[in-house]
Design a protein around this ligand. Structure first.
Ligand code: SF4
Length: 417
């Protein structure tokens, strides 16, 4: 009996609109049972698939994956941009990752929560049926992930930080308090993010040994009001070290090495990648083409130019994005490189300046502002929680310095418009 699904992202709509982006981008790993199932579907009898290798060995993951055609598309991607396995045998015949995407199943002690990857354009644009109508599918996905990953039902709550832990119930109370701040109407998104960070900073210094349950909720309500009132309207500019570290992180978030719109980093020699890294550290001249959608001519100076007042759609997108990530707990623990709650939260809010930094480059390259922000959020979220570089020791070190120097709030305010 799989654990129940207790939290669906109710603000989110989704249905697949067959853009085929995921089928051209990701390595889909398959179990032995899935391989046998696909082999039994007798695809070699199809004239255009005779002799085609359906599986390939993923050296970096040491796992079998679905093969890609020379054009980068999955071998089972049809001419109509639809999955041929799905079209012929239905959704249940596909490998587990293809069925679950763009959802992320997050284990939370005795239940599952559901996150969403905004890398999928339908999810990003909120297109399709409301999630509340997809509860049955979510339960199916939970069962699939449980079988595949053998997720234990009694997983402990991720620590808030090393040495500071609370039970699942209190972790959800803290999450509710942060969500309240992040969805507050009539407040700029950058201020809401800074407000939530300020509450986090105060919680980091608190001991929750004797504050739990309803008392914790009261404590969070009170402290949220206090830190909100003390929040500066215009924080100082990010410092030199903060900007250097931030550009390195933004480079990781912007980078795409495979699939549609891949940049040129994978084709560079180690020397060429080193030069690109140096240019990101320097922050001057042209921005290396780490993503295929980046215009060759954009410069680091373009990323420092404000976009002015943005449309309400931009606010709606960021509000939905952070609400879904936060309520699902997709930002910490198992689904974000086993990061502690606070580190995961800091990583999550840093996606805001990262996306806005990239959006400014897209605007400089000719995209209208809303389209630029949408493209940037997709790209950033393609990496968030999935690019191993974001779970590395180097990343944790950079985050530690940004936090110690209180740079994250400054970066959020600086790249806000
Ligand atoms: S990226 Fe999203 S909309 Fe496009 S094919 Fe994949 S699931 Fe469907």
């Amino acid at each position: 009996m799989p654990m129940p699904v207790r939290s669906l992202p109710l603000v989110q709509n989704w249905d697949c609109h067959g853009c085929s982006d995921c089928c051209r981008t990701y390595a889909v790993h398959v179990s032995d049972a899935e391989k046998a199932k696909i082999e039994a579907q007798n695809w070699h009898a199809e004239p255009d698939l005779a002799g085609v290798e359906f599986f390939a060995w993923d050296k970096s993951e040491q796992r079998l994956r679905l093969n890609h055609r020379p054009d980068g598309g999955c071998v089972f991607l049809g001419a109509d941009n639809r999955c041929r396995i799905h079209a012929k045998f239905g959704s249940a015949a596909k490998p587990m990752p293809c069925r679950v995407y763009p959802f992320v199943m997050v284990p939370a002690g005795d239940h599952w929560r559901v996150g969403v990857r905004f890398a999928c354009p339908s999810a990003l644009q909120n297109l399709g049926r409301p999630m509340r109508e997809q509860a049955a599918e979510a339960r199916e996905y939970a069962a699939l992930v449980e079988v595949d990953k053998k997720t234990p039902g009694d997983l402990p709550a991720p620590p808030l930080q090393p040495g500071q832990t609370v039970p699942w119930g209190d972790l959800l109370r803290i999450t509710a308090a942060l969500t309240e701040i992040l969805i507050a109407p009539g407040v700029r998104i950058e201020r809401r993010l800074r407000h939530a960070l300020a509450l986090m900073e105060l919680c980091k210094k608190s001991s929750f040994e004797k504050i739990s349950g309803a008392r914790l909720t009261e404590f969070l309500e009170l402290t949220s009001v206090i830190v909100g009132e003390e929040l500066p309207e215009h924080p100082a500019k990010p410092g030199w070290a903060g900007r250097v570290l931030f550009r390195q992180i933004a480079a990781v978030y912007a980078r795409k090495d495979v699939g549609l719109n891949a940049g040129d980093m994978a084709n560079r020699s180690a020397w060429g990648r080193g030069i690109a890294g140096y240019r990101f550290a320097l922050g001057a001249g042209r921005v290396p083409k780490v993503h295929g959608q980046l215009n060759e001519a954009v410069t680091f100076a373009d990323a420092e130019k404000s976009l002015g007042t943005l449309s309400p759609e931009v606010d709606e997108l960021f509000t939905r994005f952070y609400r879904v990530k936060l309520e699902s707990l997709q930002f910490c623990g198992r689904t974000n490189f086993d990061q502690s709650y606070w580190l995961g939260f800091e990583s999550l809010v840093l996606t805001y300046p990262a996306a806005m930094w990239l959006a400014r480059l897209f605007v400089a390259g000719g995209k209208p502002p809303l389209e630029a922000v949408q493209a940037a959020v997709r790209i950033v979220d393609d990496n968030f929680g999935f690019n191993p570089m974001l779970g590395s020791g180097k990343q944790a070190w950079a985050m530690k310095i940004l936090t110690a120097k209180a740079e994250i709030s400054k970066l959020i305010a600086w790249y806000a418009t």
